[in-house]
Design a protein around this ligand. Sequence first.
Ligand code: NAD
Ligand code: MG
Length: 386
Amino acid sequence: MTRSITILGATGSIGTSTLDLIEREPDKFQIDTLTAHRDVQGLASAALRTRASLAVIGDESLYDALKSALSGSGIEIAAGATALVEAASRPVDWTMAAIVGAAGLPPVMAAVQRGGTLALANKEALVCAGELVQAAVKAHDATLLPVDSEHNAIFQCFDVVQAHRISRIILTASGGPFRGRDRAAMAAVTPAEAVRHPNWSMGAKISVDSATLMNKGLELIEAQHIFGLEPDKFEVIIHPQSVIHSMVEYVDGSVLAQMGSPDMRIPIGFCLGWPERMTTPAERLDLARIAQLDFHAPDLASFPALALAMQAMKEGGARPAILNAANEVAVAAFLEHRIGFLAIAEIVADVLARYAPPRPDTLEDVFAVDAETRRIAAERVEAIPA
Ligand code: NAD
Ligand code: MG
């Protein structure tokens, strides 16, 4: 039986890893829809290769370019934000949500409302609107499978029947490229240095988030929404080798961990095969070669973004959505060489201090908080001397 598949964000790091697994087993999967933001060539070539039914480009101005790239192929095309939501609403068996940022929230919500299985990589959607997404998952009887390696690890170690017997959930973090440096040493780091992750190959935004440790902060909030335990049960530990992907501790003192080589095709394959495990080409773990696993507590003074996220998680309400949107603006400004590395967390802290809207009750409220945060954050970016 073939399963129909939609990949939102098909040209990115997660999207191409997902396609890699799917193209190794063409009899099992049939691509329905692929989407991308601006990468017309990447989208068109993936759509042609996989004989997709529909290709959607997020940037409306690229409609004609996509049209000519796919002319004569019989592949349906569409463009724009509304088309992305419509694409996510098509009835398919399995959807990968791999758009980066809060821009992925409307299609995530549409895919959840359609029901079926959603593999979620787009952590920002949960950070901004976790309660609303989870309520929709329940209401529409959807299945949400976590792709993020830490959450996938926790999912594999999480005994649903004994969730009340879980005492701690410990997320591991590699520490990123600047692990062990103090703040002064990070003042002058460049975007190229920040995106050079020691263990994982990822998109630019999440790579910068891994360098500031904001990624781990977003993941704490993501984990809280996925696993539904109190905020104080979630912890972070630095583990530079990225062999243990996260751990679950039970009241008897047992700690279950999931391990594997740092290759996103393992968690993606777990979600793609679910409920059965599928073969992946990921390198097998060679513990004798790795020889040593290290652990230490995170340095919150050198990496204040993690502390800001922990605080936002505890406060709840609109705080995580503000944290996320301010971070997206600041990271984009850093990648464009408009602000320094340390200014990312400073801008997030500054915006959180200036803006305190009430708890968002609807998706529209979340979008309003997101938009206002971006406006304030853009002002703060401008206020920083170049
Ligand atoms: P990426 O930048 O490599 O790819 C992002 C994809 O989303 C691309 O296909 C791009 O065209 C599309 N996109 C970007 N902006 C868009 C917009 N405004 N509207 C519509 N589409 C848009 O990112 P990535 O590394 O693949 O990460 C994707 C998501 O998965 C992120 O939320 C990230 O945090 C999460 N994630 C990634 C990894 C990883 O190893 N790369 C691991 C865990 C979680
Ligand atoms: Mg992760």
